[in-house]
Write a new protein. Structure first.
Length: 262
């Protein structure tokens, strides 16, 4: 499955402008025969939205979800996008996956909140593994800081995730996560990881780009630089199956020794 990574910070505070950017990117992704387009963390609103979170947050099936469903169906490409999700009085940092027919497939709420801004603004999610089937590939969802916890990614590996989709807002000086940690996570868990970042200055933050699609051999299939960019890479189920057959990590685990971790 060809996967398109949309590295962009969009337009801060303008959902309409960001939906338009997502529509344009979906068109380019579809023209390149991609089956999935992934946008960054909180792409629909911007990350540094501060007190506007309350105004911009929407329910999982809100107007923006309907708009994304429409553009996904129009272009025939699945879309994973980050947004602030409202449920009653609670707001979550979420990613939703919509299929190429416009059907909502899965919604994940970030479980590990990073820094004072996120902890003051969002409620942490409570479900570690959220998955959906897409074109014969089992897609798992995660957001940014979550991938830095090895237990989180291992839970996906044990649940059979083939492609771990990770919208992110990785900022300076933590670029080593994209450069070094993500490839290790892919290799040690024998799955593909699509890590899709924001880029450039935004409020008090400076996002480093470097979005990547990494295979189960730890090798990048696609790697963006530090500017707005749409990059493409392929998720190959046959290669994944072969890699899992030859890499013994999951088979050689001894869970009884790790009880102290939980």
């Amino acid at each position: 499955m060809r996967t398109a990574l949309l590295q962009s910070s969009g337009q801060l505070g303008s959902v309409d402008a960001n939906l338009a950017a997502l529509d344009e990117a979906a068109g380019r992704a579809a023209a390149a025969d991609a089956g999935l387009l992934v946008a960054p963390e909180l792409f629909l609103t911007g990350y540094a939205i501060g007190d506007d979170i309350g105004r911009l947050a929407e329910p999982v099936d809100g107007e923006s979800a309907e708009a994304v469903a429409g553009l996904a169906a129009r272009h025939g490409v699945a879309v994973a996008y980050g947004y602030p999700e409202r449920e009653g009085d609670l707001v979550f940092n979420s990613v939703q996956l919509i299929g190429p027919d416009g059907v909502r497939l899965a919604n994940y709420r970030k479980t590990h909140l990073f820094g004072g801004f996120e902890r003051d603004s969002f409620t942490p999610g409570e479900q570690a593994v959220v998955q959906a089937e897409l074109g014969g590939v089992r897609v798992g969802l995660m957001i940014c800081y979550d991938v830095e916890f090895p237990e989180n990614v291992r839970a996906h590996a044990l649940a059979g995730t083939d492609l771990l989709v990770v919208p992110t807002a990785q900022m300076h000086p933590f670029q080593f996560v994209a450069e070094s940690l993500v490839p290790v996570r892919a290799f040690e868990n024998q799955l593909y990881v699509a890590y899709v970042n924001r880029v450039g200055p935004e409020g008090e933050f400076e996002f480093v780009g470097l979005s990547t699609l990494v295979g189960p051999d730890g090798v990048a299939r696609a790697r963006a630089g530090r500017a707005d960019e749409l990059v493409l890479g392929d998720v190959d189920p046959d290669f994944l199956s072969s890699s899992r057959e030859h890499n013994p990590y999951l088979r050689d685990r001894r869970p009884g020794l790790y009880e102290s971790l939980v």
